[in-house]
Write a protein that binds this ligand. Sequence first.
Ligand SMILES: NC(=O)c1ccc[n+]([C@@H]2O[C@H](COP(=O)([O-])OP(=O)(O)OC[C@H]3O[C@@H](n4cnc5c(N)ncnc54)[C@H](O)[C@@H]3O)[C@@H](O)[C@H]2O)c1
Length: 259
Amino acid sequence: MPDLKGKVAIVTGCASGIGAATVRRLRADGVEVLGTDVDAARGQALCDAAGARFAVQNVSDRALWPQIVAEAVAAFGRLDILVNNAGMVSGAGIGDHDDAAMFAAWDKVLAVNLTGTMAGCRAAIAAMRDNPGGAKGAIVNIASTTAITPLPTDVGYSASKAAVRALSKSVATWCAQAGLNIRCNTVIPGATHTGILDATEAQMPGFLAMVAKTSPLNRLADPSETAAAIAFLASDECPFMTGADMLVDGGALAIHPGF
Ligand SMILES: NC(=O)c1ccc[n+]([C@@H]2O[C@H](COP(=O)([O-])OP(=O)(O)OC[C@H]3O[C@@H](n4cnc5c(N)ncnc54)[C@H](O)[C@@H]3O)[C@@H](O)[C@H]2O)c1
């Protein structure tokens, strides 16, 4: 178990799936957690059950980010960890829909998945550099295997996740060159059994079974398996890891297509 006891974390998109599993995992590891989500009812219930604090947040609202970070610092005295997990799909391929619908979907998914992540990094670094005892922190951004093998059916999601991967590396190297002990890494999940996939299954019966086959393990990940990787990168177990990608995809990208 990575040693996380006494650290303070913000986890976005905490009401469901990987975010909910991450809140539970970090709480079990002794971390004080501020969970945030646009879904106030589910987010509050999840955090109450896990013994975490909750705040309503749309991550794409950049003006709100400094307030969210300030709330964590006011409540717990410092900020050690940010998990930029909140995300959404847009469900639009490049030639789908008319221009109005296409650009609305594109703008929204980029605002949440990419700008929300950037704004989170920026606000967190401002707090982490003022931590008692000196600048220190760990940021974990959540991308997707679609960053590497994009979906023809979702250009905005795929592009946003590829950009999150590059964003993490830029943040990591900026912090390193600035002499800040603030690491930034990317977790790249494959098909994980959460609300995002359940919503697609509802529209496309058989989808879950189909994506399970993308992994040689022939199953979906449980969100707790992704949360374990997030907890490791957030911990002090890996001080030389920054700007790195951690695949949690059941070997999906390790196998030659068709085998
Ligand atoms: N499930 C998968 O197979 C999979 C694979 C690769 C990457 N991911 C990524 O993992 C992350 C978590 O996804 P999940 O599978 O747990 O999905 P999920 O739908 O179960 O949970 C996403 C959470 O984010 C919240 N959210 C959405 N938009 C938000 C916003 N603007 N501000 C704040 N909160 C917002 C939702 O309310 C929800 O609680 C996402 O970034 C997703 O892209 C998931």
